[in-house]
Write a protein that binds this ligand. Sequence first.
Ligand SMILES: Nc1nc2c(ncn2[C@@H]2O[C@H](COP(=O)(O)OP(=O)(O)OP(=O)(O)O)[C@@H](O)[C@H]2O)c(=O)[nH]1
Ligand SMILES: [Mg+2]
Length: 353
Amino acid sequence: MFWRRRPSDPAWEGSTGPDVDPTREGADPVEAAAPPDTADHADGPTIQPVASAERPEPGPDLRDGVARSRGGFVARLRGLFASGEDESTWEGIEETLIAGDVGAALAMRIVERARARRDPAGGQAAVRAELAALLLARDPAWEPQRTRDGGPAVILVVGVNGTGKTTTIGKLASRYRAEGRSVIVAAADTFRAAATEQLGAWAARAGATMIAHAPGADPGAVVYDALDAAVARGVDLVIADTAGRLHTRSYLMDELAKVRRVIDRRLPGAAPEVLFVLDATTGQNGLAQAAAFNAAVGLTGIVLTKLDSTAKGGIVFAIEDALRVPVRFVGLGEGVADLIPFDPAAFVAALFD
Ligand SMILES: Nc1nc2c(ncn2[C@@H]2O[C@H](COP(=O)(O)OP(=O)(O)OP(=O)(O)O)[C@@H](O)[C@H]2O)c(=O)[nH]1
Ligand SMILES: [Mg+2]
């Protein structure tokens, strides 16, 4: 095997930020160029040299990040309870929860349970308690774990087009680099022309190494090479980017399942974190997306992006209730620091207090 260093290329140095191709939606992948278990690729993996990491910026404030939801559906809930607590109030609460993207069936369940509580602290406290009870218990100190025999921790990032996968990987790489971990990002979105450059810009910023192949290469082969490189160099963490895909395209979902199997084959027992990136502005269709990705690759965590851009933060409750998979991080903006670990109690407090 040989490693080819990419010559200094202005596209890799000069690209500064996210770059989204709207024509990607629903497009078909290019045929695989190399089998995933072949280490010697004719055109070889390219390795972006590590740049020195930028100093991390201070993170955003969760309250600021969910200001739209607090001022949106949560403010409406408050307003309704402020003017009484009769039958029509509860009908209004159900409608408001639905408008806040909690989903119709779940909104009905929340209202039923909140009413049955007959909470002496009032209906608003009861609704708040029912919402909080929907969020899964989790270890707040969760971190991706290395394999038992010292292999890298692995995060595979999946989702439909444009949800924020590559941006989230940039933010995660910066976070873990700032904690002193070595990070390889795998450019396994080999479909979209600008995807590797976009990831490369984030990697350079984070001080992470990027492993990439030529455009159109087999995404499984990129991941395989990234894992190989990580094992050879004792790297702590591999984060794999993947092309956005519609959850209804079965052949694209099969391709993703293949990438997932490559990880199992190269690092048996790795138990990778499979992060589903959901755009919080998507609405209830996000639940169908999540279910399809879960069936294809087995999700272990969710990243809810663009929570700053929606007044409908109720999707957090809906997705955890539907999937029983924890939201690990929330995205609160486009900047490198705008990703914070999800803390259920802090989230509910940021909405209501
Ligand atoms: N406001 C806001 N914008 C975000 C957030 N996360 C990502 N974005 C923006 O969403 C857009 C798409 O981000 P990408 O990271 O390219 O999304 P992707 O899922 O990798 O897209 P594809 O690879 O094309 O499927 C970019 O403009 C990002 O800046 C967030 O938390 N908040
Ligand atoms: Mg991307």
